[in-house]
Design a protein around this ligand. Structure first.
Ligand SMILES: NC(=O)c1ccc[n+]([C@@H]2O[C@H](COP(=O)([O-])OP(=O)(O)OC[C@H]3O[C@@H](n4cnc5c(N)ncnc54)[C@H](OP(=O)(O)O)[C@@H]3O)[C@@H](O)[C@H]2O)c1
Length: 259
């Protein structure tokens, strides 16, 4: 039996691959029409050809124009969106001082700047309507420092913190804000972020699937959860992390990142 959700229309950024694509597939299976956003428009069109109710929106979310296009769609009163998923994001692996500063700037712009601007648009629209759900895709990397993935972990720490605060602010208005914090999940993230070495180094039990992550995200936000950590393994890692000294967490992160 397919899932049933309270959303009437969703908007998912970064829907051309990985977690965003799977979120779109699960929303379509539950009969929720979805606006899909990314730069690779041909991928979005293929998805729209395959699934019912998919509306394609091409946008580069590190440009003002791209953000404005998505903001305009979120505030459209004729075709209201009541679930917004800020999923688009990327990472950059390597020693901070050796990495391209322009790329790191784009990473911060997308993971932090655009997510903040679209969260603001979504919440101001939803709070006025006294209805809505905002799902921000963060990471388990948000709970600890991550040497050689430093900027990425820092951007995700921001996403988790922002979403937790906004959860409490929005709740009295009948609006839910959740942070989805996946652990390692096989997607294009590994090739984009240059973390392909995780594939051989990290055992199978430490990988979650896009299906698990998307289901946990949609169920969690529909239930009004604040933090959603998919999979039993990562749930225990995150709760153990709450009582683990930060130097141990940094050391463990070094082991995963060693070349
Ligand atoms: N995979 C993991 O292990 C993992 C773990 C924790 C958290 N996450 C988070 O999960 C989210 C989704 O990542 P994923 O794993 O599904 O990776 P992915 O397969 O690389 O997907 C990333 C998506 O973001 C979109 N995107 C990137 N830059 C964009 C831009 N400038 N404008 C618009 N869209 C852009 C990409 O679309 P286009 O390239 O077509 O624009 C793509 O659809 C990210 O926020 C990531 O940080 C991933």
């Amino acid at each position: 039996m397919s899932a049933s959700y309270p959303f009437t229309r969703a908007l998912v950024t970064g829907a051309s691959s990985g977690i965003g694509e799977e979120l779109t597939r699960q929303l379509a299976a539950a009969g929720v029409p979805t606006v899909v956003v990314a730069r690779r428009v041909e991928r979005l069109q293929t998805l729209a050809g395959e699934l019912a109710g998919v509306e394609v929106l091409e946008a580069d979310l590190v440009t003002d124009e791209g953000v404005a296009t998505v903001a305009e769609r979120i505030t459209d009163v004729d075709r209201p969106v009541d679930l917004v998923v800020n999923n688009a994001g990327f990472g950059t692996s390597g020693e901070f001082h050796t990495l391209d500063p322009d790329r790191l700037g784009e990473e911060v712009d997308l993971n932090v700047g655009t997510l903040t601007r679209l969260s603001h648009v979504a919440l101001s629209t939803m709070i006025e309507r006294r209805r809505g759900w905002l799902l921000n895709v963060s990471s388990v990397a948000s709970f600890q420092p991550a040497p050689k993935l430093a900027v990425y972990a820092a951007t995700k720490a921001y996403v988790t913190s922002l979403s937790e605060s906004l959860h409490n602010e929005a709740k009295p208005y009948g609006v839910t804000v959740s942070a989805l914090c996946p652990g390692l999940t096989r997607t294009e993230f590994q090739s984009v972020s240059n973390t392909g070495h995780y594939q051989s180094r990290v055992p199978d039990f430490a990988w979650t699937t896009v299906e698990e992550v998307a289901t946990a995200g949609l169920e969690g936000v529909a239930k009004g959860r604040t933090l959603i950590v998919p999979g039993a393994f990562y749930k225990s890692v995150v709760s153990a992390g709450g009582v683990t000294p930060r130097w141990i967490k940094r050391a463990l992160s070094n082991v995963v990142q060693r070349e």
